[in-house]
Design a binder for this molecule. Structure first.
Ligand code: NAD
Ligand code: SSN
Length: 507
């Protein structure tokens, strides 16, 4: 086995730029409580919801606070909207639909291209907003902005390729003409862990297809969504085409309105499996189309002939749906792997995402810290050993952790940790590890490392997953279909495969 590079994940995955590159000499910044106060384009920091082309408060004038997870300081406030507010946004999206859908594909392409260029022009400001509300290191945030913009660019191009078909009919005098028609208003609900990209990959496809959208971002990270709305407004998107509504305490009634209002024709959700199941149930009352990108429990398999170049464990401090949750290492290299990984992990520097030295930011909140602590304590109580980390630091910080001696009885085996914990399991044979990896109710992403081509094909094809990274931890891009099997969801995102989910096909 060779370890020529690190298993650091976040410094390698998607070729993250060097820390210095964000802090180029002319924009070098020192950390203050609120970096957003230094935006070059302050209009990107919006504290109102965006409905029908206007910045609005909730009807009740209630608001909720958004905190910086690194300091727990208030960043700002946004409207606490309720079902009545959401009805207004849905009505606006419905009224905008006919005109938007009747534009030419080239028109919609142009709007999306402009939005893409505005996002890229403002990428430093957008990354600053993202780090402020999510906590991820600023260079990771910058990579997310570019990744997110990639979906807008991709779907701008796809808009012009939404072809129909002419099919030979069994009846001599007929021809079968197949057309794709936009579904209508789409309700979009997104998580906090990718506050930009989880929105752009949905709206890119929806808008390209001719749908209009009502976006409800996570309560922890509304500002990235509102900044996208501001840029879309500047890009000239007609009023009502893109709406962003915000809610924290009222999220259940807001979700219920989005999923039961007959004017919403589709729900596209990214988030946890339990919430996804509930939204699906609610959506059944009006038989909405539904796309669900839900939780994972990614296996990461290292065979004894592997050359491990990179891994996806610690990206976003382990808070991604595709992060390795169960790392299976073949027994003959297990001890060496554990030692080498621990050496690397012990060099990580946790801290404020705006600090140039920080490799890993905070977890999103106290609830996340509690879950990670529970998983580590449970594993240790059942016989696991902590090689590195294992403890909470101040506030929402948790030390990057390596656990060995993991067994199937431990909580981590069944439930995604969503935190910076590398849990190492030992295995002997291919067949054994396939069985172990597949022993999960979810199946989003997974990884395997081996230099044996035959083994790579055999294991990759046997894994019950939507995405398999073979000798790579880099699996996400606009070009590749993203999504899971089992209880990891329904549908795919990105690629030529996604846009069809925003059409009705008729002949
Ligand atoms: N498969 C993917 O592409 C993907 C991507 C990112 C995150 N995720 C998953 O998301 C989870 C983490 O994100 P999270 O904690 O924000 O998930 P979550 O399910 O708690 O929240 C996701 C979104 O749903 C909203 N929500 C929560 N309860 C709701 C309700 N009753 N009605 C309507 N909306 C409701 C939240 O406000 C948020 O906007 C993890 O399980 C992760 O694996 C999946
Ligand atoms: O958290 C899930 C999304 C991760 C990604 O798009 O790579």
């Amino acid at each position: 086995m060779v370890f020529p590079r690190s298993l650091l994940g976040c410094t390698k995955v998607r070729s993250f730029v060097n820390i210095q590159s964000f802090f180029h000499p002319t924009t070098k910044r020192s950390i203050t409580t609120l970096e957003i106060s230094k935006l070059k384009n302050p209009s990107l920091f919006c504290q109102n919801a965006f409905v029908n082309g206007e910045w609005v408060k909730s009807k009740t004038k209630q608001e909720f606070s958004v905190l910086d997870p690194a300091t727990n300081q208030e960043i700002g406030k946004v409207p606490e909207m309720n079902a009545e507010d959401i009805k207004i946004a849905i009505k606006a999206a419905k009224e905008a639909f006919e005109d938007w859908a009747s534009l030419t594909a080239k028109n919609r392409h142009n709007f999306l291209k402009t939005l893409n260029s505005f996002i890229l022009e403002n990428k430093y400001d957008l990354a600053t907003i993202l780090t402020q509300e999510n906590g991820k290191p600023i260079n990771e945030a910058l990579e997310e902005i570019k990744y997110g913009a990639g979906f807008i660019e991709w779907f701008a191009e796809e808009a012009r390729r939404t072809y129909g078909d002419v099919i030979p009919s069994p009846m001599k005098s007929n021809r079968i003409l197949v057309q794709k028609q936009p579904i209508g208003v789409v309700g979009i609900i997104t998580p906090w862990n990718f506050p930009n990209a989880m929105i752009t990959r949905k709206i890119g496809a929806a808008l390209a297809a001719g749908c209009t959208v009502v976006i409800k971002p996570a309560a922890a990270t509304p500002f990235s969504a509102l900044a996208i709305a501001e840029l879309a407004s500047k890009a000239g998107f007609p009023k009502g085409v893109i709406n962003v509504v915000t809610s924290e305490q009222n999220v259940k009634e807001v979700g219920l309105e989005l999923t039961t209002n007959p004017d919403v024709k589709k729900i596209s959700f990214t988030g946890s499996t339990p919430v996804g199941k509930m939204l699906m149930q609610q959506s059944s009352s009006t038989l909405k189309k539904i796309s669900l990108e839900l939780g994972g429990n990614a296996p990461f398999i290292v065979f004894d002939d592997a050359e491990v170049e990179a891994a996806s464990k610690f990206r976003s401090s382990g808070q991604t749906c595709v992060c390795a949750n169960r790392i299976y290492v073949q027994s003959s290299i297990y001890a060496e792997f554990a030692t080498r990984l621990s050496e690397k992990v012990s060099k990580f520097k946790i801290g404020n995402g705006f600090d140039q030295q920080t490799t890993h930011g905070p977890l999103i909140d106290e609830k996340a810290i509690k879950k990670v602590t529970r998983h580590v304590e449970d594993a240790v109580a059942k016989g696991a050993e902590i090689l590195v980390g294992g403890v909470q630091r101040n506030g929402n910080f948790f030390e990057p952790t390596v656990l060995t001696g993991m067994t199937s009885e431990m909580g981590i085996t069944r439930e995604e940790t969503f935190g910076p914990v590398a849990a190492l399991y030992k295995f002997e044979s291919e067949d054994e590890v396939i069985k172990l990896a597949n022993d999960s109710n979810v199946g989003l992403a997974g990884y395997l490392y081996s230099r044996d081509v035959g083994r790579c094909w055999k294991v990759a094809e046997a894994l019950e997953l939507g995405i398999v990274g073979v000798n790579t931890g880099v699996i996400s891009c606009a070009e590749a279909p993203f999504g899971g099997v089992k209880e990891s969801g329904i549908g795919r995102e990105g690629t030529k495969y996604l846009i069809i989910y925003y059409f009705n096909v008729r002949h």
